[in-house]
Design a protein. Structure first.
Length: 393
């Protein structure tokens, strides 16, 4: 492809009933040097800790061997010989979906007993052309699996899920559960309202609908994952004045010329940008977070906030983020939400020290700017798989 595209992947999950741990396990990893992404969803039999352990074992095996480009038959053989079998049901303790996507759009999928994943193209769900095969393990044990390889198109999505989604509403709203056809119709109608919807938002909407089918008391662990092959979303976070005042104009020009969303963290930084551009900073009238000053805005900038206190809170929010996290309208929450919904994140960091941050009476966790950005960048890169670039001024 002549244009560079980005693989966005997200899986939203909800535990069965009052279980404290999910029996579905999702794992993903980018192999940067090979320009690939591998994602695995495994559903352990039953619920709780035992299901989670078995699903984790399955997911880890699949992730490692898929990363190593083992062929379908070899991976299936390893899984068949490794996974224990339920002595009563005579079936595997874990089902799974393993997806390998290259940045060039080549997709390979290996699936066992999960609801069949499907493609969404131009807003319309379409079925994948599967090849079925039998994998034979020890003592004559056999598992019927399916695999597929195909070229994905730009702006396609792949939707994958555990059976907690399709079986939601079983015996209550639906005699046989919500089912794949109703799911596909829901996805189609949802994307019709917002064709640019992110993978995270679509997965969340599917999960929320499934939970509603069960009156928000799910009868099984529920997982919905989405892979979205699209143009990258970019964001620039600018914080701190340049070390030398003579570089203010160059600093601001970099912000102005950036093609993507823009955030400024720090009142002094915002004042420099406003002065160079001849703009005015306008404060919000409401305080959405009692711990932080209100956000501000100026033309050409999406969000302006206070500096170090806000960034430290962003780090805390992202460190504790999970599928149940709901962001508020507070400044730190808005930054965290924007960062999660972005692929390429650029930090433009002025290195002039703010003397207020050297006050020993301030909390010890309020590090100087360079260390805060280093922690935030590492968190985004390792936990959220974002592409990060940092430039110091």
């Amino acid at each position: 492809m002549s244009q560079e595209f980005y693989i966005e992947v997200h899986c939203q999950q909800k535990n069965h009933g009052n279980e404290r741990i999910c029996g579905d396990v999702f794992q993903s990893e980018r192999i940067g040097e090979e320009r690939r992404l591998v994602a695995v969803l495994s559903d352990g039999m039953g619920h709780g800790v035992k299901a989670n352990i078995l699903a984790t074992l399955t997911a880890r095996i699949l992730l490692n061997f898929t990363k190593d480009r083992k062929n379908f038959e070899r991976i299936a053989e390893i899984i068949t010989k490794t996974l224990p079998v339920c002595s009563i049901r005579k079936t595997s303790y874990s089902t799974f979906t393993a997806i390998d996507v290259s940045y060039e759009g080549e997709v390979s999928i290996l699936e066992y007993d999960n609801p069949a994943c499907f493609i969404v193209r131009d807003g319309n769900p379409i079925e994948i052309q599967w090849q079925n095969f039998v994998s034979e393990g020890m003592q004559g044990r056999k598992m019927l699996m399916r695999n597929a390889s195909f070229q994905i198109n730009p702006y396609d999505r792949v939707v994958f899920l555990s059976d907690g989604i399709t079986q939601s509403g079983l015996g209550a709203k639906y005699a046989d559960g919500w089912g794949r056809e109703n799911l596909k119709s829901f996805v189609k109608e949802t994307l019709k309202k917002n064709p640019e919807m992110s993978a995270a938002e679509l997965a969340t909407k599917v999960l929320t609908k499934a939970l509603a089918n069960d009156n928000y008391n799910p009868e099984d662990d529920c997982s919905c994952g989405v892979i979205f092959f699209r143009e990258p979303r970019s964001l620039l976070l600018c914080t701190g004045p340049p070390f030398e005042e003579k570089n203010d104009e160059i600093f601001v020009n970099k912000l102005q010329e950036f093609n993507g969303k823009k955030i400024i963290c720090g009142a002094t930084t915002a004042d420099i940008v406003a002065r160079v551009l001849g703009e005015e900073v306008e404060d919000e009238t409401e305080f959405y977070d009692p711990d932080l000053p209100q956000a501000s805005f100026m033309p050409g900038v999406d969000l302006i906030t206070e500096g170090m206190l806000t960034l430290n809170k962003v780090i805390n929010l992202l460190s504790n983020y999970d599928s149940n996290t709901v962001f508020t309208k507070g400044p730190a929450d808005r930054i965290a939400s924007m960062l999660i919904d972005t692929d390429e994140i650029f930090f433009l960091v002025g290195t002039k020290i703010n003397e207020a941050h050297q006050d020993p009476s301030l909390p010890i966790e309020l590090d100087i700017r360079r260390n805060v950005i280093k922690r935030l960048a590492q968190l985004l890169e390792t936990r959220f798989l974002k592409h990060i670039r940092v430039e110091y001024f």
